[in-house]
Design a protein around this ligand. Structure first.
Ligand SMILES: Nc1ncnc2c1ncn2[C@@H]1O[C@H](COP(=O)(O)OP(=O)(O)OP(=O)(O)O)[C@@H](O)[C@H]1O
Ligand SMILES: [Mg+2]
Length: 295
């Protein structure tokens, strides 16, 4: 006896709805999809995401940054495009696609494409959405945006292991997860949760970055271990994942993110050097090489 196949159900996440389908198609044009996350807030995820993106663009790669922090988006500001207007293009099928604002920092880097919920809501407007709406918004930022060909898609997440990360891992085949932590033990405990979530999701490459590792004394230039050093490396070793490096507390890093010019573009800073080294190690680990494929 043969049974007629049931009609395809329109279950979100099951690949049948058009938005899910579009995300599936679009990501074929993104060579490496990298998540930046942590179990803890305020450890420097967004700082790492924008500096990694800028470092990659400085090396000639085509980079997109998706701010998946729906409730507290700040990537656009950190990349100097928060005042940009998001235009939309009408497609043949009548749909509109958003065009991501870009910044090339006056020709210093290949243009970085940025998309964030921050563009679509007012600066002081709090977003009080529940899970399903967050999921829909993230999916639209992935599937209804004209991302085009990218060497790297960097996705910055809010703290924790909530709806945003679930939505992305269910819809995007991530190549790498970068876990940001500070050296403190409490941060490490929370970070371990995010790390294990990535392990459970079977992300092929997972690595830890230790941010705010030590302070460079502005007077004498010596290193001061504010939170105790080396915890990030220990976490990576214990969990059997990669360790990409440490970034010092650099007062100009904060100024840089407020001014919209990532610290990695200030060649003289210690944090910039650390970010460039981390980026090169990541390229090595992923086996990418320094040549952009989009040239
Ligand atoms: N290495 C650093 N040196 C100095 N300041 C830093 C450094 N890294 C991050 N900061 C500053 O710390 C603050 C928090 O950083 P950031 O917003 O990147 O953290 P986050 O983990 O993304 O936070 P959230 O959990 O709110 O998303 C910012 O003001 C940022 O400029
Ligand atoms: Mg952030």
């Amino acid at each position: 006896m043969t049974i007629k196949a049931p009609p395809t159900l329109n279950v979100p996440g099951m690949g049948a709805d058009p938005l899910t389908q579009r995300i599936k198609e679009k990501q074929k044009k993104w060579r490496y999809k990298i998540a930046v996350l942590s179990g803890k807030g305020g450890v420097g995820k967004s700082t790492v995401a924008v500096n990694l993106a800028t470092a990659l663009a400085k090396l000639g790669y085509y980079v997109g940054v998706l701010d998946a922090d729906i409730h507290g988006p700040n990537v656009a500001k950190m990349l100097g495009v928060d005042k940009a207007e998001v235009l939309a293009e009408k497609l043949e099928d009548g749909r509109f696609e958003m065009i991501p604002p870009v910044n090339d920092f006056m020709g210093q880097v290949t243009p970085i494409k940025v998309m964030s919920m921050g563009f679509l809501v007012g600066e002081d407007q709090p977003i009080i959405w529940r899970g399903p709406l967050v999921t829909k918004a993230i999916k639209q930022l992935l599937g209804d945006v004209k991302w085009g060909e990218l060497d790297f898609m960097i996705i910055d997440f809010p703290p924790g292991t909530g709806d945003e990360i679930l939505t992305v891992t269910q819809n995007v085949q991530l190549d790498a997860a970068i876990i940001v932590t500070t050296p403190q033990e409490v941060a490490l405990l929370d970070t371990g949760k995010a790390l294990n979530m990535m392990k459970n999701m079977e992300i092929p490459y997972i690595a830890v970055i230790e941010n705010m590792s030590y302070l460079i004394c502005p007077h004498c230039g010596s290193e001061i271990d504010v939170f105790g050093k080396g915890g990030g490396k220990k976490l990576a070793e214990n969990e059997g994942v990669g360790f990409l490096g440490s970034i010092p507390i650099d007062l100009s890093a904060r100024e840089a993110s407020d001014s919209g010019i990532p610290i990695v573009l200030r060649d003289d800073s210690v944090a910039a050097k650390a970010f460039m080294e981390i980026t090169r190690k990541l390229l090595d680990d992923l086996g990418v090489g320094e040549q952009s494929n989009s040239e």
